[in-house]
Each structure stands twice: as C-alpha cells, then as structure tokens.
Design a protein around this ligand. Structure first.
Ligand code: F6P
Length: 547
C-alpha cells in the first residue's frame, strides 16, 4: 500500500495549531516556567540510559496535544507499520526502506516481495564477524605475509559519513588497527592518506552501493595504481574488498567475489552504516562492539514502533521541530554534543536529514505550500560556545538547539567532565532565561560603573533568553547508546517526512550537478568550452588558460 498523500496544512489539526500559535507565541519560555515551575515533570522522557528534557521549549500541554493530533490525523501510526513491514515507501525508486531489518534479531521475519530478508542479513553479518576476526587477529595477511595494520575506507556520502562518524565516536573502544577514510575526489585528499601507508600492511575497503560513484571509483583506481607499484595483480585479491550491490562492476575492478560484502537496494545509502557499509566500524572496534551498536539501534526501533506517541522520543522531537520550522519560521536547528567524540555527528546527520527531507514536491506530485527540511548544523561544546554561540544567544535568528551530553566520561576524569557538564547545563539555562536589564544594572552597580557608562553598555549586555533547547542526557557513550542515539534521529527524520507529505528516501536533487560535472569534464579534457551561460564560460576559460 502506498503512503497517503495528505497535505498537512489542509488538516483540522494544522489549523488548530496555527490558531494556537497565533494566540500563544508571544508567551516566553521563562513565563511558562513562572506559570508552572514543575513543568519538567510533564515534559521529560526517560528510556533505557536516556533522559530527554524538553521542558525548555515554547510549548504548553495544549501545544503537545495539538501536535500529537497532527501526527494522528496524518496517519503516522499506519506509516510506521508500512515502514517496518517493508512496504514500498520509497515510491519514486520503487523500493522498500528497510535499514531497520539490518539490526533486527535473527528470529525476526521481514519480507521484501514475499521473501524473508533476515537469513541473508545474518549471512552477511556472519561474514563480517569472520572477516573482522581474521583481520584483527592477524590470521589474514597481506601479500608479503605480514598482518594488516591499516584499513582504508574508500567511499563517499552514506558510504563514508556513517562509518567515519562511528569510528571517531567509538575510538575509546578501538583496537590496534589504524583506520583511514578517503572520500573527496580531490586528489590531494587521497595522496595525503596514501603517503602514510605501507602497501604490504594496508587493507582497502571500497564501499559503494552502486559502484558507479565517480569519487569512489577515481580514488579506488588511484589507490590500485599506487598499490601495483609494489605488488602484483594477483595481490589485489588479498588487499581489496568491496561492499556493494553491484557485483558485476566489483568483479570488473578485479576484486575476488569472495571478498565482496553484498548489500541490498532496500538500504538507502545514508542509512547504510548498519549493513556491511559498517565493516570499517567492526574492524575498528571488534565485532562484539559493532553488534552492540546494532543492538542499541534495534532497541530504539522497538521503542519507536511500540511506544505511545506522547512518550515516544523520536515522535516528540520531530513534532517539536515541526512546531518551530512551520509555525515559528525557524530556519535551522543546531546540534551540540558535549563530547569531542561526536564531532562528526552533525555532518553525518546533515546528510541523513537534508538529503532525506530537502524536498519541495509533495507525495501527490504537487509543489508543497509550506516549509519542509530543516537545516542541521553544529559542533561539539564547549568549542562551539567560543565560536557561534554568540549568534544563538543574541542574534536575530531563532535556532532551536539539541544539547547532547553524557553523565559519565570514558576515562573517569571527573574534574574535566564536571567542567564540561557545568557548561552543558549553564548554556540551556542561559539560553532560556537570558539576562534582564535589571540584572545587568545590578551587576554594574556592584562594579561601581558610572551611570553614563552603564547606560551606554546596558543594551549590549541584555540577553532576551527564550531560546528553545532539548537536553538529551545519556549515561555513557558506548556502542549501544550511540546506536540508539543515531536511530533516534533516523526516526525523527521519518516522522517529519511523513507529516510533510514528502518522499524522504529518494535523492533526485543530487543528480543534476553530477550530470553537468560529467559533461564539463569532457569539455575540460578536450579544452573546448561549449555553450554555457556567460558566467560559467568565463570561469571555465579562465581555468583552462591558467591550469
Ligand atoms: O550523493 C548521493 C548519493 O547517492 C548518496 O545518497 C550516497 O550515500 C552517495 O551518493 C554514495 O553512493 P554510493 O554508495 O553508491 O557510492
């Protein structure tokens, strides 16, 4: 069954939300706390090792009820069943969307075109387990009989961002293998990586769902060429493995079919880290830890699938985001993890969120008449406090922000961790409460500032506050909690796509640039600039003349 095509703005629930916004949006979050200082009791969710405090938002219970009514009237419940049961919800590509099957237990039965996919999923998982063991233990060796010390993941987009983010995030759990990632077609990138490597002890993972991606194929060819300077053609079988759906192209590249880890077209690139695309993660932290990541993911799947919407973390966070995006006109959301380990979470979620929900045509094929896809950005705190927090605190834009922090640090260094977390708590409080003119004045009085100087400085030192935040406080960064955290955002994306009546699992918008780049490459190679607008011709001619 196809997803419904309800335009959300035509629902009674949307109209009610619009009226509610008109009537309440000038009430500040500070005022909401003054009216009910126990509101956190209503607006928090606790699940496994997660505590979500969403009380510092511009919402009342009525807001939440109206948002939940919107979710119900759009048919979210039915859509969730379609999603998990393998319905063709990626309709423009005629595919199911089943990355959730990759972390389901072995006893699950999930069918695509009448076939249970779980046995195949576990076959690949066992292959990952075996391969991981052989590489980490040193049983699997390179062409001169030495064990592997380095692993290079060659891939881009979903074939890079998830693995690079998770390997970075879980480096505390890492073994002796050194992981490297090559993604950009920029030759300087691949050369910087190659120069640190010894071909005798390096394993290459070519990760490309389609095995047609220009960046990945160019980097793979360059690396193969470099490798063949010290090794022979037959040695490729020992040093190169591939993760792909395109077995024919992989074989043409020279990879031994035994070294191919298959994936399926029902796994979208940006949600593929749970498939063999995550091989580099398994190699970096060992299969047991990798499996814990999948376990945490599956637990969040179960939470999302079975929990009533008012207690459902992805649903609540998605609805809050819609509240700000569609009623308050917020243009972006920030994501600030208070751990350096999660420094690549924002780039990862940029692809997941913006490639999924950056759409302007509804599921009915008509242009939408409302805002969709949120812009996601962020950096770890406290670094971000010293970079862009000024704008969040005192700028003109409304930027709802998720703060992600951990109760326990990994190295047990409590002095640092207490300092880190004091910033974490201080920021959400400061963003909400701000600082009034009276408070600023009283500080000036204490400092003995002259009346003239105080009057001049006062407006610059006032913080209006009323900046919404969600606090996601997790016990500890482990493979399992990371799995749950990623999936929380995956399902938030799903809920928003359903409500916005768009197709979240295709990405036609990345095609045009790729097509044009190919034809421009032909022009560069033949040094003949064809018909373009005057700006593009001018630039191409300059490039050709000066290269
Ligand atoms: O840029 C679009 C895209 O198709 C992404 O969705 C995908 O993650 C990436 O390219 C890489 O694709 P592939 O794994 O097929 O090389």
């Amino acid at each position: 069954m196809a997803l419904n095509t309800t335009n959300p703005t035509g629902t009674e629930a949307w109209k009610n939300l619009q009226n509610h916004y008109n009537a309440t949006h000038t009430t500040t979050i500070q005022e909401l706390f003054q009216q009910d200082n126990a509101r956190v009791e209503k607006f928090n969710l606790q699940w496994n090792d997660f505590l979500i405090d969403y009380s510092k938002n511009n919402i009342s219970q009525e807001t939440v009820s109206l948002l939940l009514e919107l979710a119900h009237s759009i048919g979210l419940k039915e859509a969730i069943s379609q999603y998990f049961e393998g319905a063709i919800i990626n309709q423009t590509e005629n595919r199911a969307v089943l990355h959730t099957a990759l972390r389901a237990p072995e006893s699950a039965v999930i069918k695509v075109e009448g076939e249970n996919v779980i046995p195949e999923v576990y076959e690949v998982k066992n292959k990952i387990k075996q391969f991981t063991h052989e590489v980490i233990s040193g049983e699997r060796k390179g062409f001169t009989g030495k064990a592997f010390t380095d692993v290079v993941n060659i891939g881009i987009g979903g074939s890079d961002l998830g693995p690079v983010m998770a390997v970075e995030a879980l480096q505390y759990y890492k073994n002796h293998l050194n992981l490297h990632f090559v993604s950009n077609v920029d030759g300087d990138h691949v050369n910087e990586v190659i120069k640190k490597l010894n071909p005798e002890t390096t394993l290459f993972l070519i990760v490309s769902k389609t095995f047609t991606t220009q960046e990945t194929l160019s980097n793979s060819e360059t690396i193969k060429e470099w490798f063949l300077k010290s090794a022979s053609q037959e040695d490729i079988a020992k040093h190169f493995v591939a993760v792909s759906t395109n077995i024919q192209k992989v074989t043409e590249f020279g990879i031994n079919p035994d070294n191919v880890f298959p994936m399926w077209d029902w796994v979208g690139g940006r949600f593929s880290l749970w498939s063999a695309v995550g091989l580099s993660i398994s190699l970096a932290i060992g299969f047991d830890n990798y499996n814990e990541l999948l376990k945490g993911a599956n637990e969040m799947d179960e939470h999302f699938k079975t929990t009533a919407f008012d207690k459902n973390i992805p649903v609540i966070l998605a609805l809050l985001s819609i509240w700000y995006n569609n009623f308050f006109g917020a243009e972006s959301e920030a994501l600030i993890p208070y751990t350096q380990y999660l420094q690549k979470l924002a780039p990862y979620l940029q692809q997941a969120t913006m490639e999924s929900n950056g759409k302007s045509v509804g599921r009915d094929g008509k242009p939408v008449n409302y805002q969709t896809g949120t812009i996601i950005w962020g950096e770890p705190g406290t670094n971000s406090q010293h970079a862009f927090f000024q704008l969040i605190h005192q700028g003109t834009k409304l930027i709802p922000t998720d703060f992600i922090g951990f109760v326990q640090p990994l190295y047990g260094n409590n002095d640092h961790h207490d300092k880190l977390m004091s910033n974490f708590f201080a920021q959400t409080e400061a963003l909400m409460n701000g600082k009034t003119a009276a408070q600023v004045q009283s500080e000036f009085d204490k400092q003995g500032l002259s009346a003239e100087k105080a009057a001049y400085l006062l407006p610059f030192k006032v913080f209006t506050g009323n900046k919404p935040t969600n606090t996601i406080l997790i016990q500890k960064l482990t493979p399992k909690t990371l799995g749950s955290l990623i999936v929380l955002y995956e399902h938030k994306i799903f809920v928003q796509g359903i409500i916005w009546n768009i197709f979240s699992y295709d990405q036609w918008g990345v095609e045009l640039g790729k097509q044009l780049a190919n034809s421009i490459l032909d022009e560069i190679n033949s040094t003949t600039v064809k018909n373009h607008d005057s700006s593009t011709s001018f630039l191409l001619n300059h490039f050709l003349k000066n290269k």
